[in-house]
Design a binder for this molecule. Structure first.
Ligand code: SF4
Ligand code: FES
Length: 249
């Protein structure tokens, strides 16, 4: 290709690229982001960790847990549902937000019954990992010790409502081959809980059951008769804190 044409091609490609990216600032760091991207993904692409719980890659964000709260131009917003905009000023790693996030983690712990030492998800649990990351010792709120049931009627999965944080990740991410949700909410208010559709749920494949366990950020969905394939101490967050994979990219 002649040099002039080559230069024109390069200029065109640079222009095309510049049309697709915008500049944002996260904690005084200038970052590039793709237009339309959610802040949470833009931060990740720039090696910045913003904690999440209800958000799950590839699933439409819901913005329900509020753990990803950031400040955009001084206003509190959720990073998982807010798209980037040109010259946005974002605050993430500031004491006020870190304490707010820690308080949310504490609230989730006192609101349920989280028996971490006896949980198959220990070491792979995002809530537990965030509690470690925020150095949670004793929650500032009193425990509520709710009465909740373990449902072991499904042939493939055990549902322990004690640990459910109602993030709806299972409802949004796990569908059958016809696109129908296998999980749903039942009851209302403080009695709301996850239910597994008895008709669709009875034919769950091993693969879908395993995916449901993985999608659940805590140990509320566990595959039956499966445990300790990976020993305690060697699991995902046992050795490296949650978010370190993003920060060390
Ligand atoms: S069962 Fe797990 S994935 Fe489903 S809502 Fe509860 S915590 Fe979230
Ligand atoms: S991760 Fe953003 S609100 Fe839950």
């Amino acid at each position: 290709m002649p040099a002039k044409l080559q230069a024109e091609c390069l200029t065109y490609k640079i222009k095309e690229f510049m049309n697709k990216v915008i500049k944002i600032t996260i904690d005084d760091l200038e970052c590039m982001a793709a237009k339309g991207q959610y802040i949470i993904d833009a931060a990740k692409d720039n090696g910045i960790f913003i904690p999440t719980l209800c958000n799950y890659p590839g699933v439409k964000p819901k913005g329900s847990c509020r753990i990803c709260t950031i400040k955009v131009n001084g206003r509190l917003m959720t990073a998982c549902t807010t798209p980037v905009a040109e010259n946005m000023i974002i605050e993430n790693n500031i004491p006020e937000l870190q304490d707010l996030r820690k308080a949310i983690v504490e609230l989730l712990f006192i609101e349920g019954n989280h028996f971490c030492p006896a949980c198959e998800k220990s070491g792979n649990c995002e809530l537990q990992a965030l509690a470690y990351r925020f150095h949670m010792m004793v929650p500032r709120f009193p425990y509520s010790f709710p009465q909740r049931q373990v449902d072991a009627t499904n042939p493939k999965l055990i549902k322990d409502q004690n640990r459910c944080i109602l993030c709806k990740r299972c409802i949004r991410a796990i569908k059958d081959s016809d696109g129908r949700s296998i999980f749903a909410y039942k009851r209302r208010g403080q009695h709301v809980e996850i239910s597994i559709d008895p008709k669709i749920g009875k034919d769950l494949s091993d693969e879908v059951a395993l995916k449901a366990m993985d999608v659940c950020p805590v140990g509320a969905l566990l595959v039956r008769e499966k445990g300790f394939d990976v020993p305690i101490g060697e699991r995902k967050y046992d050795k490296t804190p949650i978010g370190s994979d993003i920060e060390n990219m």
